[in-house]
Write a protein that binds this ligand. Structure first.
Ligand code: NAI
Length: 260
């Protein structure tokens, strides 16, 4: 990489924490952040998975990695994870706020439990991680970049997505609110809005007839590859986006802008 490109996009000297790193997008983000030069903290409830991935990434890149237990629905767990990260690698300057769940259901069928579980993880969990991250960054005095994984379902809506889409729309608005308040401390907050990428959260749906039909009707006529999502995250994580904050960036092959 040329010095010019490395100066803009390189992450050497940065510490990145990924929430929800045990699968899918979070795992891919962790790999990419290490390849770009950051020390990486992999946070998840499934510690066996992040411990194995942490070793795999360190062997691959030669970078420093750490696996920590992290449940975004518990403030104690989030604070502990940030404390462990600080102790082992330093205060995170990049946080991929990525943990999420989906419970597709017809609006008339959603239960109180569906609503609470979805909001507690997708919206309140991201708020909690974002706030703990910002407090740590403020104390550290170096600023940072928080990247919330929202969704194109935070920008538009589809059937059976009432709770999920509502939570992700909340993430988009929360991102903007955080951005305007925390800019004064050089803490940038952006949302990435993926279209459809096949992971554990949606593989059954995408393999179904309905899922296949939905993809065929989308402008790109296919799901995205995770390698097509990662660069947008790296841009938001890196000095390349030093004046970019409060943005909700779709990475979706134009899925979210198509009207018919
Ligand atoms: P995934 O199911 O592989 O990953 C979600 C991760 O969040 C899992 O590792 C899961 O264990 C973790 N998680 C759930 N609850 C948690 C909790 N309480 N504490 C800590 N971690 C928790 O699916 P994927 O696709 O990688 O999802 C990552 C994010 O991307 C989610 O926020 C999802 O809503 C979002 N997203 C995914 C899209 C896709 O097409 N795959 C599209 C748009 C958004």
């Amino acid at each position: 990489m040329s010095d010019y490109v490395n100066g803009i996009f390189g992450l050497k000297g940065q510490v990145a924490l990924v929430a929800g790193a045990s699968s899918g997008i979070g795992s891919e983000f962790a790999r990419a952040l290490s390849r770009a030069g950051a020390d990486v903290v992999l946070g998840a409830r499934r510690t066996d998975r992040v411990e194995a991935l942490s070793v795999e990434i360190a062997n691959d890149t030669g970078g420093r990695t750490l696996a920590v237990e992290l449940d975004v629905t518990s403030r104690e767990s989030v604070e502990k994870a940030f404390a462990k990260a600080k102790e082992a690698l330093g205060t995170p300057t990049i946080v991929c706020n990525n943990a999420g769940i989906a419970r597709p259901n017809w609006a008339l069928e959603d239960t109180e439990e569906d609503w609470d579980a979805t909001m507690n993880t997708n919206l309140k969990g991201m708020w909690r991680v974002g706030q703990v991250a910002a407090k740590a960054m403020l104390e550290n005095g170096k600023g940072g970049s928080i990247i919330n994984t929202a969704s194109i379902l935070g920008l538009g809506v589809g059937p059976q997505q009432l709770t999920y889409a509502t939570s992700k729309a909340g993430v988009v608005q929360m991102t903007r609110a955080m951005a305007i308040e925390w800019q004064r401390w050089s803490i940038r907050v952006n949302a990435i809005c993926p279209g459809y990428f096949k992971t554990e959260i949606n593989d059954t749906f995408l393999d179904s007839d309905l899922g296949q039909q939905m993809l065929k009707q989308s402008p790109a006529k296919r799901a995205g590859n995770l390698s097509e999502l990662v660069p947008a995250m790296l841009m938001l994580a890196s000095p390349a986006s030093s004046f970019t904050t409060g943005v909700a960036l779709p990475v979706d092959g134009a899925h979210s802008v198509r009207l018919a």
